[in-house]
Design a protein around this ligand. Structure first.
Ligand code: MN
Length: 227
């Protein structure tokens, strides 16, 4: 049997220091995983635990260009540490979780905040706010065998040279092991899955021409221009 038409390309990320690509299966994202960001969004981190949503993998951006999306007047940046899995499974216990991690990247969980706001208010799904075209700019993956597993270190975002987001990986409410344990209880994790691990405080709106520069200590940098 052959396909009716050519299948779409496999979404993939470059791997730092390698000529191989990392093929992406799913993109999981954790919401409200830093307390200060939870508060700036109007919620109480002591009352509501983090939760997950997904982005479609073909929303990855690797060329540093983020086209201002349709149907919105309020597109926000969210700088995040991204975890890349080399294996998976179901019901992975915390103590076993880190052996499934291949490496790390720096990502932006771009968000149509106005559409997300309507969805929240009406109790509707979040895809319109989170899973649109080019909604997931991401740096190359750095293998954990080179950098280890970062649990502390600065995460920040500059917009046009001005620091807008700052945090530390140690401020995550759910650490990476907990995220893998929780996710694997709900879905079967697989090699190629990415996890966007949440954003620190300081989210705000982009406009065309903005230059975003995100950084995670020990992982690297991501530079994106809004076009
Ligand atoms: Mn996010």
């Amino acid at each position: 049997m052959t396909y009716l038409f050519d299948p779409p390309p496999v979404p993939a990320l470059p791997i730092s220091g390698s000529d191989k690509l990392f093929p992406v299966h799913r993109i999981y994202c954790v919401g409200r995983n830093y307390a200060e960001h939870t508060r700036e969004m109007g919620f109480d981190p002591d009352k509501e635990p983090p939760f997950f949503f997904m982005k479609t993998p073909d929303a990855l951006v690797t060329d540093g260009k983020f086209p201002y999306p349709s149907a919105t007047q309020d597109v926000h940046w969210e700088i995040e540490l991204v975890v890349a899995l080399k294996s998976g499974g179901v019901n992975i216990p915390r103590a076993e979780a880190m052996k499934h991690v291949y490496g790390y990247a720096v990502g932006l969980d771009m968000t149509r905040r106005d559409l997300q706001g309507v969805a929240k208010k009406m109790g509707r799904p979040w895809e319109v706010g989170k899973s649109f075209e080019k909604a997931a700019p991401c740096s190359p993956i750095v293998p954990a065998e080179k950098i280890g597993h970062p649990t502390t270190g600065a995460i920040w975002l500059d917009v046009n040279g001005e620091r807008r987001q700052t945090g530390d990986l140690s401020q995550m409410i759910w650490d990476i092991s907990s995220q893998i344990e929780y996710l694997s209880g709900l879905w079967e994790l697989r090699a190629g899955d990415l996890i966007f691990t949440g954003t620190p405080a300081g989210v705000g709106a982009v406009k065309k021409g903005d230059k975003l520069h995100g950084h995670v200590d020990g992982v690297g940098d991501l530079e994106v221009e809004v076009i």
